[in-house]
Design a protein around this ligand. Sequence first.
Ligand SMILES: [Mn+2]
Length: 298
Amino acid sequence: MHVLNAMPPYNLFGLEEQDYENARIAVLPIPYDSTASFKSGAREGPHAIIAASRNIELYSEEFGKDISKLGIYTLEELAPDFGSPEGMVNRIEKEINILVEDSKFPIILGGEHTVSIGAIRSFSNKMGKNSFTVLHFDAHSDSRSEFMGARMCHACVTARARELCGSVISIGVRSIDEESMKNYGKDIIFMSDIMEQGVKKAIERAIKASRGKVYVSVDLDVLDPSEMPSTGTPEPDGLHFRELVEMVKEIARAKEVIGMDFVELMPIAGLEAPNYLTAKLIYLSIGSVFSSKIQSKY
Ligand SMILES: [Mn+2]
């Protein structure tokens, strides 16, 4: 029995129709934050994004259409593996393998940044490590080989990504250790570069440096804490919402995007705007990718 006047269903964007077979996009919520070093709470991210997203207007005046008509299917939340972060990454990889086999465009809702490694490894095994680039939006370079005894952790994401993918470009970084700077500084579009050159030039540089298709990973702390206070490690001097949207648009215009993740949202009780911002960012990112002529039909 259904009530006659129900609230939107509990899925990303509150869509009435959930049809996996015909959906182009599969959304995998991963409430996981076991390796958080400063503050935990990113496990609450997927729920906060979904809850806020149910209030979004599905028609986008920016794209002139209802983007949800592409078919967006929200999967159940992936249970955490408390055995080890390696176990969790393996678990995510297996799920993404299935989605890609089923010709779905995967979108991960994090959760801490470690979850990206599972998706990147899945694409690496399927496509080969030199056929795609990871474009990584983040305030932090996340390129330590090991952090607090762990190789699979949020501070090592780009280090692991570099092993799985020949090309990793980070964008919006404003926090980096000296060794990572020496080794990887050339693969980073720093926030200072963006402020100096402007958004358009900076993203052109990132696109030019990318090889093949692209996987886009967005750590929400790339945004300015004035707009995005809900992260475990907020760094001042970040991107504004509109700048990030424009960058994703440019990427989608120039490159075939194979998957995306949005990670590290750590909701603050009673503060809904950052959750809503994230939901809207995801909606506009989907719009950007699937309005592009480059997007292949799987
Ligand atoms: Mn970060």
